[in-house]
Design a protein around this ligand. Sequence first.
Ligand code: NDP
Length: 261
Amino acid sequence: MNILLFGKGGQVGWELQRSLSVLGQVTALDFDSTEHCGDFSNPAGLADTVRALRPDIIVNAAAHTAVDKAESEPDLARTLNATAPGVLAQEAARLGAWLVHYSTDYVFDGSGTRPWVETDAPAPLSVYGRTKWEGEQLIAQSGAKHLILRTSWVYAARGGNFAKTMLRLAQERERLTVIDDQWGAPTGADLLADVTAHAIRHLQQCPQDAGLYHCVAAGETNPARRPHNSRLNTQKLQATFGLTLPHWQQGVARMLQEALA
Ligand code: NDP
């Protein structure tokens, strides 16, 4: 199986390099890769890459994830989060390849108190959420075989994220002020990458299970990150792929041990 991974240097991309390696030959690219284009601001270049490498599976971990910055550069956010994944989906459809992609709870408006299910109607509040939703729609409309995992509050020992910012500030300051009115589950990049690998194997046997799934760690808590209700219901994913999602505290404890070692 030939796998083409985009965004290899991000939190999830880094872990995917590990988890996908047992499934086949992985070609992993970043925005500055030289041999093949991995730059999402150049969708035509991405199409050339797919045509040259003819992968069986494309996994896209690249995105414009800077939520605040996206408000002031909506065109770039749209290109990275919607146009480029849409082009990858078209190329996947032409080839008969799979496209695996990640999205976010930010497609929802964060209202209510029950965990969001896949059939709930998106109503994004931000440029980031809107462009990620557009990306989902372009993939769904492309006719490509696809898997979209919507997740939330991704962290890793490597890369920038809320947990690491808090660790740094805790060392620098006597007191920390944190918004605490938002609910969701911190999800390790390692967990997401492992679920992705399992799901890809499953889909080779059961292609009818393609589609959109919510994928977050179990349990819930409330650190700082909008929107208010970021809870995602994961019953569909656990039932379809036969997976158990661990409580988020397990992954955070492991990450803290790693980061503080
Ligand atoms: P990261 O920001 O860690 O990774 C995104 C990667 O995309 C980075 O390596 C970034 O490079 C890269 N990138 C930026 N611009 C370009 C470009 N022009 N061309 C190619 N690559 C580029 O994000 P995560 O790993 O956390 O996110 C993975 C997926 O999960 C994304 O689809 C994201 O939307 C989704 N998600 C993430 C959440 C989170 O809390 N982080 C929550 C919900 C969903 P560089 O770092 O050099 O800019």
